[in-house]
Design a protein around this ligand. Structure first.
Ligand code: NAP
Length: 259
């Protein structure tokens, strides 16, 4: 399917690997020129080169922490025009609800709520002026179904989801579609580190920890970043113009609900 976005320009945050990279690869395959970001200079430069070589689009790497004002300013300085924005950042660490203090909450809210909002505030007005835009926020399945040890994530991402629910409907009339994708467990470094936490907590091996976590997913597998990216690219496509303010859950059926 031609996604109808060849020649568009996009920013994908936290994209040297994992889900962000999956999105960047799929958008590049659809012909989108990209600015991509992550903190580690050598890794983001290498990823940009690989994506550009594979798909024949322009890919500009920016090494910066997207959760800080300075980092976002550095990234935005490289964005000439953004038709497409994919917000993403690392997730908060696991823990226990009694242990988190104000600083922990502020860090999580900065990373997984306010940085996405700031990027939308910076780039969506231009999309509205031009009459076309797509935003995908990478959130989490924890928005629909809380993950106890990831309370910082549950909290911050619920806030972002509330913001998007209102704002998406305010900008749709100007051709801008804003949606969230909620990943269930995907095979990335993040999943490895959460497998490791389960393995340490329960004194079991990594394979057993993974088997336990996979057993809660009807597909019996973790999701793949490539498939996640393809969904993101579709939401950024011309065809997605009637999809507004939605929360698309990609979890292999793990959430056991009727609708
Ligand atoms: P990942 O494989 O660990 O990749 C994270 C990427 O983000 C890397 O490129 C990393 O590069 C970059 N990054 C991290 N912090 C950053 C920051 N402050 N500024 C800029 N770039 C940053 O993680 P993932 O699995 O793709 O997860 C992406 C998001 O989805 C996370 O918020 C995660 O919590 C959420 N999520 C993931 C899953 C899952 O199962 N994978 C499930 C639910 C939710 P650098 O370290 O070099 O910056």
């Amino acid at each position: 399917m031609d996604l109808g976005i060849r020649g568009r320009r996009g920013l994908v945050c936290a994209a040297s690997k994992g889900l962000g990279r999956g999105c960047a690869e799929a958008l590049a395959a659809a012909g989108v020129d990209l600015v991509i970001n992550s903190r580690t200079e050598s890794e983001i430069a290498q990823t940009a080169q690989q994506i550009a070589d594979r798909h024949g689009v322009r890919v500009t790497p920016v090494a910066a922490d997207i959760t800080t004002d300075e980092g976002r300013a550095k990234v935005l300085a490289q964005v000439d025009q953004a038709d497409i924005l994919v917000t993403n950042a690392g997730g908060p660490p696991p823990g226990t609800w009694t242990d988190w203090n104000r600083d922990d909450f502020i860090r999580a809210i900065d990373a997984n709520m306010l940085s996405a909002i700031a990027l939308m505030q910076a780039l969506v007005p231009g999309m509205m002026d031009r009459g076309w835009g797509r935003v995908v926020n990478i959130t989490s399945q924890s928005v629909r179904s809380p993950i106890a040890v990831l309370g910082l994530s549950n909290t911050a991402r619920a806030g972002l989801t509330g913001f998007v629910a209102g704002m998406a409907r305010q900008v749709a009339g100007d051709g801008v579609c804003v949606n969230n994708i909620l990943p269930g467990i995907h095979a990335t470094d993040r999943a490895d580190s959460l497998d490791k936490a389960v393995s340490q907590q329960q004194g079991i091996g990594m394979e057993e920890a993974r088997r336990q976590r996979q057993s809660g997913i009807p597909t019996g597998t973790y999701g793949q970043p490539e498939d996640f990216g393809a969904t993101c690219a579709f939401l950024c496509s011309e065809h997605a113009k009637f999809i507004v303010g939605q929360n698309i859950l990609l979890d292999g059926g793990a959430l056991n609900v009727t609708i």
